[in-house]
Ligand binder design. Structure first.
Ligand code: ATP
Length: 786
C-alpha cells in the first residue's frame, strides 16, 4: 500500500456553515467515539466528502446505511444518529483505493441535510450521554471489565493494548463503546449501542452481548477440544493400524483374503435362517470384526462367537415320523429280547406321537454297562426318523460344562448340550444324556444338576440361555433320553422328571443269542470278513463267555469277538488261510489264557470259606467270605476294608454263633480260646450293607465245625440276632452273577420270593432256588455233611 497525503486544495465549494459537516455513509461500519479506525472510501460522493473535510480541516459525520447494498444512499437511507470523527490521515493505495484514518469523537444526530453540495452535507446536533453516578453503575462497570477480561482470556491472540485500554478507560460510557467495538456484532447491533445515550443501560446492553459471546466462545472452545480429542484418538489409531499392517506384512500375514473371509461370514449369516434377535447380534458382532484389525486379541474371540452362533441348528429339523408298527420292528431288529422294555418304549413313543407337545417324562435306562442302554437310544432315534446325539455327563462337576462358559474366558465355548446339537446340525435329535448318575454334586462351580433340570424342563427349555451365547435357544424339540448305572446317585429333582426303565443284565444264553445275531456279524463286518470266512463252532461261544468275560452286559464279549475277527482277518489277508472255524481250544491261542476260571471250587476247598452274592453297579458279583482262627482270647478281627454296616453284621453273626454254639456242636472253649479273623477279599466290590449276614454266619460255622461249604452254593440275606433271615435287594442281578460264576444252587431269603418273577426263564431253569427263613436252614443246605 502506498501511503500518500492528499493535499488540501482550493475549490469552488462554499465554506460549510457552522454545525454542518460532510457526511460519510458507511455500508457496514459503525465508528464508536474514542475509537480509531481506517474507513474505506470508494464512492465519488464519499471521496468528495472526505476531501472536503481535509480541505476545510473539519470533522466528518460518519453515518451507517440502512441497506449496505445501496450504492448511492440518500438522506432517508441513513440512520439519523452517527459519530463525529476527526480525520487523522487520508491515504490512497496503489490500486486506486481511498482510506481515511478516522477517530471517533462523539455522537450526533442529523438535524437536516443541506442540498447543493457534491456530497451529502448535514447540519448536526451533538449528543451528550447521560451518566448518573451510582453504586449500581460502578458495579456494572466492574462487571463489564471482568467479563471483558474473561472474553479476552478465551481469545487466542489479544493485542496487549486492548487489555490495557480496557483496564484504564475511566468513563463508563467510553468503556462500553470500547468493548462494543471489539465485540463481533452486527452493524445494526452496533448502531443500537451507538444510539443508546443512557450509559447505565448501554453498559447493560454491552454486558448482555458480551456474556452471549463468552458463552459462544466457551462452547466453541469445548467443541474444539472435543474435536481435537477425537482427531487425536483417530490419528493414534490410524498410526497404530498402519504400524500393525507393516508388522503383519513383515510377518507375511497379509490382508488379502481377510475381507473375503468376513464376506463369507456375512453370507453365512444370510443363509443360516437365524431368528431375528440372533441375526441382529450376529450382524453386530460381524461389524465389530470389520472394524477390528485381524491381529487384535479380541478378533479371535468375536470370530469364534459368530462361528458358534452359525454352527447351531436354529431352525433346521429332520421331519419326524413315528409309525408304531415300524418302530416295533426297528427295536426288534436291533435288540434281542428286552420285550418288557421295548413295550414301554413303544408306549412312550405312542404317547409322544399323539401329544407331541405334552410334558411326557424323560426315559431313563438304568442298568450295568453293556446291557444296551446306548444302543436302545440309537434305535429310538432310528424309529423316530431323528438324528442321534450323545452327551456324556460322567464326571461333569461344573455347571459351565452344561450351560457354557462366559465369553470372557479364554477358549470359552457353549456347553455340551448346544455343542452336541451343533454336531448333529438339527434341533430335534434324540439326545442321550449318558451317565446321569455320575453328574457331580453342586459346589462352588455351580450346580450342574440344576442346569440340566433347566435343559429338561419343558417350561424353561424353549428359551434356554447358554452362558456363552447369551441368546435364547429353543431346546423343546429335542427328544431327551438318559442312562445311568445306579438310581440312588441321580439327584432327586432330576429323578422326578424321569421314567425309570431298568435293564439288569443277561444270562449266558441271552449273550449267546446277542453275540451270534448282533455282535459277531457286526464285528465280522468291521474286520471285512464274510460269514464263511469266520465260523465259531457251537461250543466256542459259551467257552468265550465263561472263560473270558464275567459281566452283566456285552461289552467285553463284543471286544473279545472283535479281537477274534481281527486275528482271523490277519491270517486271511496273509494268505495263510481262506477261511477259519474257531474251536474252543483256539481261544487260548487267539486271546491268551482264560481271564476267569471257575474259582469257586478251589476257593471253598477249606472249611471257613462261604460264597456270597453281592449287588454292584456293574450288575452283581460273587464274593468269598473267609474266616480263620488262631489261638487267642475270643477277639473278632475284621479285614478287607469293610463298611460299618458290614462290620456290625459280622459282629451280629459272631454273637449268633456263640449264642447257638451248642446247636451246631461247637465247643464253647474253642471259641473263647481263639481269635477269629474274618477277611473279605476282592477290591472291586463295595463291601457294605447287611446282606452278607447269612454268608458270614455260614463261614463262621463252617470254620468252627470244620465242615466245608458246598462249592456250588451261593447265598445272600440279612440276619437278625435271633437267626431270622431278612430280605435284601438286587436279587435278579445276584442270581445272574451266580449263574455266571457257575453256581448251581442259590440260597435266598424267603421274603424275597416275589422277586422270582423278575428272574429270566433260562436262569430259573439252570439254578436251584432254596428259600430260607432261618439261618439254620442255610447252614443245613450249604455245609457238606460232617
Ligand atoms: N439286547 C441286545 N440285543 C442286541 N445287542 C445288544 C443288546 N444289548 C446290548 N447289545 C449290544 O451290546 C453292546 C453294548 O451295549 P451298549 O453300548 O448299548 O451298552 P450300554 O448299556 O449303553 O453301556 P454303557 O453304560 O457302558 O454305555 C452294543 O454293541 C449293543 O448293541
Amino acid at each position: 500500500m502506498s501511503d500518500t497525503h492528499v493535499e488540501a486544495h482550493a475549490s469552488s465549494t462554499p465554506v460549510l456553515p457552522d454545525n454542518v459537516l460532510p457526511v460519510l455513509p458507511m455500508r457496514n461500519l459503525v465508528l464508536f467515539p474514542g475509537v480509531v479506525l481506517p474507513l474505506g472510501v470508494g464512492r465519488a460522493q464519499s471521496i468528495a466528502a472526505a476531501q472536503e473535510a481535509i480541505r476545510q480541516e473539519c470533522p466528518i459525520a460518519v453515518l451507517l446505511q440502512k441497506d449496505p447494498d445501496n450504492s448511492a444512499p440518500g438522506p432517508e437511507d441513513l440512520y439519523p444518529v452517527g459519530t463525529v470523527a476527526s480525520v487523522l490521515r487520508y491515504v490512497t493505495t496503489g490500486d486506486g483505493g481511498h482510506h481515511l484514518i478516522a477517530q471517533g469523537e462523539g455522537r450526533f444526530r442529523v438535524r437536516e441535510f443541506l442540498p447543493g453540495y457534491p456530497f451529502l452535507a448535514a447540519r448536526i446536533e451533538r449528543l451528550e450521554e447521560v451518566t448518573v453516578t451510582s453504586s449500581e453503575l460502578d458495579a456494572r462497570v466492574l462487571h463489564l471489565r471482568q467479563q471483558a477480561g474473561e472474553a479476552l482470556s478465551l481469545l487466542p491472540q489479544v493485542p496487549q493494548e486492548l487489555a490495557q485500554a480496557i483496564a484504564h478507560v475511566e468513563q463508563p460510557g467510553a468503556l462500553a463503546d470500547l468493548i462494543a467495538n471489539f465485540l463481533d456484532l452486527k452493524a445494526e447491533e452496533r448502531q443500537q449501542i451507538l444510539e443508546n445515550l443512557d450509559v447505565r443501560s448501554r453498559l447493560e446492553q454491552v454486558s448482555q452481548f458480551l456474556s452471549y459471546r463468552i458463552e459462544v466462545m466457551k462452547l466453541s472452545r469445548k467443541i474444539g477440544e472435543q474435536t481435537k480429542e477425537v482427531m487425536d484418538r483417530r490419528q493414534r489409531e490410524f498410526l497404530l493400524r498402519e504400524q500393525l499392517k507393516a508388522i503383519q506384512q513383515e510377518l507375511g500375514e497379509g490382508e488379502e483374503g481377510d475381507n473375503g473371509e468376513l464376506e463369507a461370514l456375512s453370507h453365512a449369516i444370510d443363509e443360516a435362517e437365524l431368528p431375528t434377535e440372533v441375526e441382529a447380534v450376529a450382524r453386530k458382532e460381524l461389524r465389530r470384526l470389520q472394524r477390528m484389525p485381524e491381529g487384535a486379541g479380541e478378533y479371535g474371540m468375536v470370530r469364534s462367537y459368530v462361528d458358534a452362533i452359525l454352527a447351531l441348528p436354529w431352525s433346521k429339523e429332520t421331519p419326524e415320523r413315528i409309525d408304531i408298527g415300524e418302530a416295533r420292528s426297528i427295536l426288534d431288529e436291533d435288540h434281542y429280547d428286552l420285550d418288557k422294555i421295548k413295550r414301554r418304549i413303544l408306549e412312550h413313543l405312542a404317547v409322544h406321537r399323539l401329544n407331541p407337545d405334552g410334558k411326557s417324562p424323560i426315559l431313563c435306562f438304568v442298568g450295568p454297562p453293556g446291557v444296551g442302554k446306548t444302543s436302545l437310544g440309537q434305535s429310538i432315534a432310528r424309529a423316530m426318523g431323528r438324528k442321534f446325539a450323545r452327551v456324556s455327563l460322567g464326571g461333569v462337576h461344573d455347571e459351565a460344562e452344561i450351560r457354557g462358559h462366559r465369553r470372557t474366558y479364554i477358549g470359552a465355548l457353549p456347553g455340551h448340550v448346544l455343542q452336541a446339537l451343533g454336531k448333529v446340525e438339527v434341533r430335534n435329535p434324540v439326545m442321550l444324556l449318558d451317565e446321569i448318575d455320575k453328574l457331580g454334586a453342586g459346589g462352588f462351580q455351580g450346580d450342574p444338576a440344576a442346569a440340566l433340570l433347566e435343559v429338561l424342563d419343558p417350561e424353561q427349555n424353549r428359551t434356554f440361555r447358554d452362558t456363552y451365547l447369551a441368546l435364547p435357544f429353543d431346546l423343546s424339540h429335542v427328544f431327551f433320553i438318559a442312562t445311568a448305572n445306579v438310581l440312588d446317585t441321580i439327584p432327586g429333582p432330576l429323578r422326578d422328571r424321569m421314567e425309570i426303565i431298568t435293564l439288569s443284565g443277561y444270562t449266558e444264553e441271552d449273550k449267546m443269542h446277542i453275540a451270534s445275531r448282533y455282535l459277531l456279524p457286526r464285528q465280522r463286518e468291521a474286520a471285512g470278513l464274510t460269514a464263511e470266512q469266520l465260523v465259531l463252532e457251537e461250543e466256542t461261544l459259551p467257552a468265550l463267555i465263561r472263560g473270558y468275560t464275567r459281566e452283566a452286559g456285552c461289552r467285553s464279549l463284543e471286544r473279545e469277538l472283535g479281537a477274534i475277527c481281527r486275528w482271523v482277518a490277519v491270517r486271511i489277508a496273509e494268505g495263510s488261510s481262506g477261511g477259519m472255524r474257531i474251536r474252543p481250544d483256539d481261544l487260548a491261542t487267539i486271546l491268551g489264557p482264560q481271564h476267569f476260571e471257575n474259582e469257586v471250587a478251589s476257593r471253598v476247598a477249606l472249611p471257613g470259606v462261604a460264597t456270597g452274592l453281592a449287588w454292584t453297579p456293574v450288575g452283581g458279583d460273587i464274593l468269598f467270605i473267609e474266616a480263620s482262627k488262631s489261638p487267642g482270647n475270643g477277639r473278632l478281627i475284621l479285614t478287607g476294608q469293610l463298611g460299618d454296616v458290614m462290620k456290625e453284621s459280622a459282629q451280629a453273626a459272631m454273637s449268633l454263633v456263640k449264642a447257638r454254639a451248642a446247636d451246631w456242636q461247637i465247643a464253647q472253649e474253642g471259641i473263647d480260646k481263639s481269635d477269629i479273623h474274618i477277611h473279605i477279599p476282592a477290591g472291586a466290590i463295595p463291601k457294605d450293607g447287611p446282606s452278607a449276614g447269612v454268608t458270614l454266619t455260614v463261614a463262621l460255622i463252617s470254620l468252627l465245625t470244620g465242615r466245608k461249604v458246598r462249592p456250588d452254593v451261593a447265598m445272600t440275606g440279612e440276619i437278625s440276632l435271633r437267626g431270622l433271615v431278612l430280605p435284601v435287594g438286587g436279587i435278579k442281578e445276584k442270581v445272574l452273577a451266580a449263574l455266571r460264576a457257575g453256581i448251581h444252587t442259590v440260597l435266598l431269603p424267603v421274603r424275597n420270593r416275589r422277586d422270582y418273577e423278575d428272574i429270566p426263564e433260562n436262569a430259573r431253569q439252570q439254578l436251584t432256588f432254596i428259600w430260607i427263613e432261618r439261618v439254620e436252614e442255610a447252614v443245613a443246605q450249604a455245609l457238606e455233611a460232617g
